[in-house]
Each structure stands twice: as structure tokens, then as C-alpha cells.
Design a protein around this ligand. Structure first.
Ligand SMILES: Nc1nc2c(c(=O)[nH]1)N[C@H]1C(S)=C(S)[C@@H](COP(=O)(O)OP(=O)(O)OC[C@H]3O[C@@H](n4cnc5c(N)ncnc54)[C@H](O)[C@@H]3O)O[C@H]1N2
Ligand code: MOO
Ligand SMILES: [Mg+2]
Length: 430
């Protein structure tokens, strides 16, 4: 008799999984490799930026008061007493009727309080001296970037738990972080199971397909903030897969398997979990695709038995494994959601919540989420385009073109808290 599984609700399943989520320890990585890590400490400015008053233009630093009477008819003449490029400083006080030739980014010399651009002046030599002619009045502080204009000392610029993007790398460099405090990425193992699976470089054979899930998961794991560990591809053989899983659990923080979680004759993951004496959190969820996603805990480690069907595997990972990985780094481990107009027609109702792979685009000022490709669990090619999961709550209704629905953003990095995730989903009561 085939086992009849009772589906649990999506949010209950997430809650169970998150009970076993762990926090990452603090490590230091070089600034060069920090992209894609998450800050383990607040980034606080320990000096003002810029650290000195500087010129915004190539020009002449002057005393604005000397230009007060300048006009086209009555230009003011100033003597150029020095030249400085960015990185050089003119330590002396600039006196009455004097100017310093200065290049963008150089510190404003003492006594000066305005800069006139090179293009605005006439310059010539007279009796061995360089003289400039200014034809308008300059304002106090004109063309000067003030010390601390960008940021003051002591400000929290980036909060702990933030994903390090290129802009944050610039800020880290500004404050001298050769080594960056980040949270250590968990190691996430991938085992693909299936006697039909070929290595990616093998020619097709009758009845066989190439293993795409393993590579998809490498990308998903990296996007989530973990280090993928490829542990191989194995035939549907109970003993072989059991042994691989036992060995893998020793060597990784989280283990993912794909395939073999359903009720078929060669779906060995449920029996392997039983032999492992694993604490199975659930093996059926009221969602589609990914309903067969099975999660178990073995000695405190999580094992995600993801479906073999590519779209089911993808969605199961994003909804259940991703927040566990993100929690290592941040208290906002859940995906963010937005309201969109539905770009397709789903007239048939479905008792299960649907997570339709979709792509955002803009139409007459509205954000529209268009389904990509066929909405079936076994579809792989649609995943190439997907940047959202369109959430169609289960029930007795269908969904129609331009109806307001929720889209879960797959490439967004700031994340959301559990409360945010629940609030936004209140209406769908997942
Ligand atoms: N009698 C029932 N049959 C099925 C049920 C059910 O409840 N009762 N559930 C269906 C659903 S829903 C899903 S989803 C799949 C889950 O299948 P498994 O997780 O057991 O995966 P497999 O049987 O091993 O493979 C399913 C499908 O996916 C292909 N596959 C497997 N691994 C890979 C890979 N690494 N890369 C690409 N494609 C892969 C495999 O060839 C199969 O076509 O079960 C339904 N059946
Ligand atoms: O787990 Mo299956 O994906 O619901 O199609
Ligand atoms: Mg199966």
C-alpha cells in the first residue's frame, strides 16, 4: 500500500525548518573577496569623509573676498603663487590678491574659501609672475566640498548582516578595511540521485537525461550565501545513496539531495531517512511545485530532500533552504515580496498554493509579473528567465489577467524578517 502523505501548510513548514537554523561565526576575509559575504559588524565611520575641504573642479583656489568687485568690465587680477594637484598640500596661508592653481580633489589651501574653474579665467605671465583675471564675484565656499559633507565621524553607515555589494566595498575601502569582518558561509552539500542521470558532458542515451539540478543548486546556494560542495551523482541504489548521505553529513553544514523523495519504487530518500533515524519535519507541503520537499534533521543538521523535478527542486530550495542559509548571516533571511499585476491567466482553481516562475516587466507604469514558460514541475527551461515566484494562494478561485498578486523577488538581497514575510502574506494565509 502506497503511503498517503498529509500536506502541511507552507508557513508551518518554514517555521519547523527555521527551528534548526543556525548563526554563522565571525571570520575575516580580504576586501577583494568580500563581495557576496555579509557584514558581521556595523560599519561605522571613524573619520569624516572627505577628511579635508577639497576642490570639486580643476581651477584656482582664491579668497572670495578678493573677487567681490569683479565684473566683465572690471576684472580682478590675482597672482598665482603655487600649483597643487590632488594629493599635494599647500601648507602656507594664501594672502590678499593671491591664488593657488589647484586640481580636483586637492585640499583647499589655508586662507582660500572658493574655487574658480580653469575655463572661467584668463591666465598670463607678467614679469615672471603668473596672473589670472576673474570676471565675476565668487561666493564663499563656491566649488568646495566640505570636510564631512559625505559622512560625519561616528555614523553607522552599513548595518551588521548586510549583503556586501560593490558600493559597500567602496565604503569599506574608504575606511581602511583591508580585512572585512563577515559571517562564515555554511558549506552546503549536493547529492543528485537518479539512475537516469548523465554527467553534464556525456552524450544523450536512450531514457537518460543530464543532471541539471546539481548545477542549478550550485547557483542557488551561492546566491543564498553559502559555499556549494558537489558530492556527486548516484544511481537509485539504496545502499550506495545511504552511504553517500552518511559520509556527506559528516562533512557539510547542510545537505541537499535531489530526486527520489516521492513514493516511487526507486524513491529511496524516505527509507534512507528512516534508516538514519532522522527526525523528519515534513514530507508533503500544500504547495506546487515542490509539494514533495522533505526536510529532516539528523543530529542537529538539516537534510533537504528536494524533488527531482527541476522546477520543484528550484522552488523547494528558495522557500525552505534559502532562509536557513541566510539566517547564518542576517536576521532578515526571507525573500522580499512586492505587489504586481498578474501577466497571465490561471482560470482553474487549485487547492495547493502555486509558486509560478515569472519575470517582471513594466507596462504603463505598472509592474507586471509574466509567467515564464510552462507552469509544470518538470519544466527546466522556464527557470532561465525567472526572477520572481508569482504566488497564487490555493483555494477555490482562479486568477485572472492584471489581478493584483504577490511576487517573491529572487534576486533581491536585503531580505525580510519573519514578521514582514507573514504580514505581506496575511491575505494569502499560506
Ligand atoms: N504516485 C505518485 N507519483 C508522484 C507523486 C505522488 O505524489 N504520487 N509526486 C509527484 C511530484 S509532485 C513530484 S515533484 C515528483 C517528485 O519526484 P522525486 O523527487 O521522487 O524525483 P524522481 O522521481 O527521482 O524524479 C522526478 C523527475 O525529475 C527528474 N530528475 C531527477 N533528478 C534530476 C536532476 N538531477 N536533474 C534533472 N532532472 C532530474 C527525473 O528524471 C524525473 O523526471 O514525483 C511525482 N510523482
Ligand atoms: O512536488 Mo511536485 O513539484 O508538487 O510537482
Ligand atoms: Mg520519484
Amino acid at each position: 500500500m502506497v503511503e498517503i502523505r498529509t500536506p502541511i501548510e507552507v508557513n508551518d513548514a518554514i517555521k519547523h525548518v527555521m527551528e534548526f537554523a543556525k548563526k554563522g561565526e565571525k571570520i575575516y576575509v580580504s576586501l577583494e573577496e568580500s563581495h557576496g559575504y555579509f557584514l558581521a559588524e556595523d560599519l561605522i565611520s571613524d573619520h569624516p569623509v572627505p577628511p579635508f575641504n577639497r576642490t570639486r573642479y580643476d581651477g584656482f583656489a582664491v579668497r572670495a573676498v578678493d573677487t567681490e568687485k569683479a565684473s566683465q568690465e572690471h576684472p580682478v587680477e590675482l597672482e598665482v603663487v603655487a600649483e597643487i594637484g590632488a594629493g599635494s598640500v599647500f601648507g602656507k596661508e594664501v594672502g590678499d590678491q593671491e591664488a593657488v592653481r589647484i586640481m580636483t580633489g586637492a585640499e583647499i589651501p589655508p586662507g582660500c574659501d572658493a574655487v574658480v574653474m580653469l575655463e572661467e579665467v584668463t591666465e598670463w605671465k607678467r614679469e615672471g609672475k603668473t596672473v589670472i583675471e576673474i570676471t565675476r564675484k565668487l561666493d564663499h565656499l563656491e566649488n568646495i566640498t566640505l570636510k564631512g559633507e559625505d559622512t560625519k565621524k561616528g555614523e553607522v553607515l552599513v548595518k551588521k548582516g548586510t549583503y556586501i555589494n560593490p558600493g559597500i566595498m567602496a565604503v569599506l575601502a574608504t575606511f581602511g578595511y583591508k580585512k572585512v569582518p563577515v559571517t562564515k558561509k555554511p558549506r552546503v552539500g549536493i547529492i543528485s540521485t537518479g539512475s537516469e542521470l548523465l554527467p553534464v558532458d556525456a552524450p544523450l542515451e536512450p531514457g537518460k537525461i543530464r543532471d541539471s539540478n546539481a548545477y542549478m543548486l550550485i547557483g542557488q546556494i551561492e546566491r543564498a550565501g553559502a559555499t556549494p560542495v558537489s558530492l556527486g551523482q548516484f544511481a537509485d541504489d539504496f545502499e550506495l545513496c545511504y552511504q553517500q548521505i552518511v559520509d556527506a553529513l559528516e562533512n557539510v553544514d547542510i545537505l541537499l539531495t535531489t530526486g527520489g523523495v516521492s513514493v516511487g519504487d526507486y524513491d529511496y530518500i524516505p527509507a534512507i531517512l528512516e534508516k538514519l533515524n532522522a527526525n523528519v519535519l515534513f514530507n508533503k507541503i500544500r504547495m506546487r511545485p515542490g509539494s514533495v520537499t522533505t526536510v529532516a534533521e539528523v543530529d542537529g543538521k538539516l537534510l533537504f530532500g528536494l524533488s527531482g523535478n527541476p522546477s520543484s527542486c528550484y522552488v523547494g530550495f528558495e522557500i525552505f533552504a534559502r532562509p536557513v542559509i541566510r539566517y547564518y548571516h542576517t536576521d532578515k533571511p526571507f525573500l522580499q515580496k512586492i505587489q504586481v499585476a498578474l501577466g497571465g491567466e490561471f482560470a482553474n482553481s487549485n487547492p495547493f498554493h502555486r509558486f509560478v516562475r515569472g519575470k517582471l516587466h513594466f507596462e504603463e507604469g505598472n509592474v507586471v509579473a509574466n509567467p515564464v514558460g510552462l507552469d509544470k514541475p518538470n519544466i527546466v527551461t522556464s527557470l532561465a528567465e525567472a526572477n520572481v515566484l508569482i504566488l497564487l494562494p490555493g483555494g477555490e478561485i482562479g486568477y485572472h489577467q492584471r489581478e493584483k498578486v504577490t511576487a517573491i523577488l529572487l534576486d533581491e538581497q536585503s531580505g525580510s524578517t519573519w514578521e514582514d514575510w507573514l504580514n505581506d502574506l496575511e491575505e494569502c494565509n499560506l
